[in-house]
Design a protein around this ligand. Sequence first.
Ligand code: IMP
Ligand code: MG
Length: 199
Amino acid sequence: MGASGTSDRSTADGRADSRKDPRRFGKALIDAATLARRVEQLGKQITADYAGREVVAVGILKGAAFFYTDLVRHVGVPLVVEFLRVESYGGRTSSSGEVQLVSDTDAADVGGRHVLIVEDIVDSGVTMQYLRKLFLAREPASLATCTLLDKPSRRRIDVPLDYVGFKVADLFVVGYGMDHGGRYRNLPYIAALEGAQAP
Ligand code: IMP
Ligand code: MG
């Protein structure tokens, strides 16, 4: 059946099944236009702050990929694109507390360079703390952190955040790169996932 098939999109009683059609749940917490405006502002701020320097921008996969590619297109200083992949959640809605480095940047040697870590969301702070330690050990000229979303109510480790797009309440959010069990990353806006409130 082609992508237009709809027979598997409803439950037995005819209600939409949000697990199968993510676009049917919740209203946007942050809509696409608001995201675009804020991402542009962050890019301009980074451009001003890094004037005369080259930045190694490290996007954290997979969640930050969407934010990252939008952000770097608004950065007007020389910029090296790098990605790194960590995992800590599995299919749960709160961090296991253990971060695993799944794949490193190509340019592991960032010594003497200006590194900017780009994350999707900082929740407990465990992941950002892990990333900061990883890069500080490589002795960069400077290390800064950028996150699209900040959930300060859930912080367990106090990590410095240099650029924050939006502060959000204690909700499990999906869309614009963020997932639940691998789904919903492709939503063009950010929504709260109902029934998945973190403990
Ligand atoms: P932390 O280590 O608890 O700060 O969690 C950071 C990582 O968990 C982020 O990079 C996200 O990938 C993921 N995460 C935290 N909160 C959410 C959420 O509300 N929705 C989706 N992913 C989240
Ligand atoms: Mg992440």
